[in-house]
Design a binder for this molecule. Structure first.
Ligand code: ADP
Length: 312
């Protein structure tokens, strides 16, 4: 079984209770462990895989809570860093008009420093670049780019999820797209939402978007489409792999559960790159990953709602 290194942010999501108010009126908040790459690491580990988290939190109580959460899920945190800066915090509320109100206090996640010893350790492993904050500057952005070079040099299976957040890139989408391009070019597998596929390609329609994104260099693209399932596009064409029925109560983390489950299955094969090149095997793996995504929507929270093998 290959190790899957998940690089990026681990943060506290403070979710406002009594939704319907914006942050000026919100009174109570629930503290939740968040950060897409950390969710993916937990998803892999909970399914029996071997996940390593690479990211930074503060030396404060929130940082300790986050480390404890990952360790409780069996994620290897030996390469995580504790920084002097406070742990990154995101405050979220949904107002009565449906608008998301968001305040982001960026702290320790951006301080992740590059370690050449870890770069060498990546050899022959799988590396998931799934951060939402990596292109916002700081040492993390530099480390992210250098680990990509190491992953390519080490013949790793590279996965990229851009995790575009409108809140973080208002009026700056062009810069975001530019920063994603080297990752799409280097990736063996990309996971996009419909919106991301159109944004990154500049196309208006999904098959044209996928054709363009393949041209950039990525051979396998999964576009997750919520309840509909996943559009899997390879150089041989595209196919919709339907999801299973779910009574969704909270869709947070469905995409992370999806890609975590797909990576965990690929990590079990002799050669993940060869597995990605087998259309029927890939379709079966995506069907199981869809079920993992669907399962996660049925409970509140991201990490708390992730499935075990027995659940699927
Ligand atoms: P993201 O969280 O990245 O936006 P999606 O919401 O598209 O990702 O969810 C990822 C996958 O989880 C989907 O491709 C689908 O297979 C499954 N999924 C998500 N929402 C539902 C739902 N309501 N019913 C069934 N399956 C779902």
């Amino acid at each position: 079984m290959k190790k899957v290194y998940c690089i990026g942010e681990l943060l506290i999501d403070f979710v406002a209770e009594n939704q319907g108010k914006d942050l000026t009126q919100a009174v109570q908040f629930t503290k939740k462990a968040g950060g897409a790459p950390a969710n993916v690491a937990c998803a892999i580990s909970k399914l029996g895989g071997s996940a390593v988290f690479v990211g930074a939190v503060g030396q404060d109580a929130f940082g300790q809570f986050l480390m404890d959460t990952l360790m409780a899920h069996g994620v290897d945190v030996s390469t995580a860093q504790r920084s002097q800066t406070f742990t990154t915090l995101a405050f979220v509320s949904i107002a009565s008009d449906g608008e998301r109100d968001f305040v982001f206090s960026r702290g320790a996640d951006q301080t992740l420093s590059y370690q050449s010893s870890l770069g060498k350790q990546l050899q022959d492993s799988m590396v998931h670049f799934g951060a939402a904050t990596s292109f916002l500057g700081g040492p993390l952005e530099d480390a992210y780019g250098r680990y990509l070079i190491d992953a390519q040099a080490g013949d790793c299976t590279i996965c990229f999820d851009p995790n575009f957040r409108t809140d973080l890139w208002k009026n700056n989408e062009t810069e975001f797209v530019q920063k994603c391009l080297p990752f799409i070019a280097a990736a063996d597998l990309c996971k996009f939402s419909h919106e991301e596929a159109l944004l990154l390609s500049g196309k208006k329609e999904l098959s044209a978007a996928c054709a363009y994104l393949h041209q950039l260099g990525c051979p396998v693209i999964c576009v997750t489409l919520g309840a509909e399932g996943t559009w899997v596009s390879t150089l041989g064409g595209g196919v919709l792999v339907p999801s299973v029925a779910a009574k969704a109560v909270d869709t947070t983390g469905a995409g992370d559960a999806f890609i975590g489950c797909l990576l965990q299955q690929l990590a079990e094969t002799e050669s993940p790159k060869k597995a990605l090149a087998q259309p029927e095997l890939l379709r079966q793996m995506v069907a199981k990953a869809n079920a993992a995504g669907a399962f996660t929507t049925q409970k509140f929270g991201a990490i708390a709602a992730l499935p075990t093998q027995a659940d699927l």
